[in-house]
Design a protein around this ligand. Structure first.
Ligand code: PEP
Ligand code: MN
Length: 346
């Protein structure tokens, strides 16, 4: 149920509505807009009719049911764009956020060199896996706590906020102590116990789309975080499984536009996992920006051929610098086409 308060509603009237929603066994989620306050009553209680009766309460302008299953991430409750602030870096605002770094943190030198190089090339956040979800139990599993310490050191030196994956409920508090943003990996998108636990931290969350999830399932996974009290969620498209075998995954860019149409949450794109091929990262990145992504997360390694994970889809430092320099190209190309058209009509 969405309860729209009138523009003149007082704080007391808003508090009264929140109290009634809670008395009826629902959760109240308050969205304060520039003109009016909207209160979402979310839950599966049986006292819906009592909520409808709030139409008569002072300060209430209108009450409508929420049509979508994703009640808090959907646009019905919030028309504007959510901006998630990660230690001073806004995601969802006018600037494209560029997150870069190694797939896995492998050593102090590897991480610090990469952090310096990506910052110099224009990255605004640093990524690096400490706990790695590997398909084979015999592959490198990440340095765990040692990697978290190194990430902290890299942030101290470069000022770049850090994002790293948390794989298990047991690690949530530890990872939250070190990281500025918690990554939920594609394999854990539907680990609802993990999502509920992460929601209690209020830390910004990067929620990757499962390779087998529909857009609806992805948004409902985000709904777990918002319903659990954490509104700081950024969605990340990282490719899905299709019949295509030439690429590791199929980067579903239309899903980025759809997620942005359906939700107020920021959406970023991971062209590294999305393609699995270094050569495709620049084109996929420019396409992601053109379709409306709020940012990119790209794997970068000092020497990709020696990487302990995902070397084939990692850029080296020069490649990453070229990528950031090339990101304004679609805009320039569109400008050229426009001026050609203009010239031919005069
Ligand atoms: C990663 O970011 O290195 C990673 C494992 O991503 P995903 O969960 O999308 O596979
Ligand atoms: Mn990776």
């Amino acid at each position: 149920m969405i309860i729209s308060m009138s523009e003149q509603a007082t704080e007391q009237e808003i508090d009264h509505v929140i109290q009634r929603i809670e008395e009826c066994g629902f959760q109240a989620h308050v969205v304060r807009g520039t003109e009016r306050t909207i209160i979402g009553a979310v839950g599966s209680g049986e006292r819906r009719s009592e909520l409808m009766a709030l139409r008569a309460a002072p300060g209430v302008a209108d009450i409508v049911p929420i049509a979508h299953p994703f009640k808090l991430v959907g646009r019905q409750i919030k028309q504007g764009q959510t901006i998630v602030n990660v230690r001073g870096v806004p995601i969802g605002g006018p600037d494209i956020v560029m997150i870069a770094g190694p797939c896995s943190v492998e050593s102090r030198d590897q991480l610090l060199e990469t952090a310096r190089a990506v910052r110099a090339a224009g990255a605004t956040m640093l990524r690096g896996g400490a706990y790695k979800p590997r398909t084979s139990p015999y592959d490198f599993q990440g340095l765990g706590l040692e990697a978290l310490e190194l990430l902290r050191e890299a942030r101290e030196e470069t000022g770049l906020p850090i994002v790293t994956e948390v794989m298990s409920e047991a690690d949530v508090d530890t990872v939250a102590e070190y990281a500025d943003m918690l990554q939920v990996g594609a394999r854990n998108m539907q680990n609802y116990a993990l999502l509920r636990r992460i929601a209690t931290t209020k830390h910004p969350v990067l929620l990757k789309r499962s390779p087998a999830a529909t857009v609806k399932e992805w948004l409902l996974a985000a709904e777990y975080l918002l319903a659990g009290g954490n509104p700081n969620v950024v969605l990340c498209e990282r490719g899905i499984k299709t019949f295509v075998t030439e690429m590791r995954n199929t980067l579903d860019l239309a899903a980025v536009a759809l997620a942005k149409e359906l939700s107020h949450l920021p959406v970023i794109v991971d062209p590294s996992h999305g393609t699995g091929r270094r050569s495709l990262i620049p084109a996929a990145s420019r396409a992601a920006v053109a379709i409306g992504a709020d940012g990119l997360i790209v794997e970068v390694h000092p020497c990709p051929e020696r990487a302990l994970s995902d070397g084939e889809q990692s850029l080296d430092f020069a490649g990453f610098a070229q990528l950031t320099a090339s990101l304004s190209e679609p805009v320039r190309k569109l400008a050229v086409v426009t001026s050609e058209v203009a010239m031919s009509t005069t």
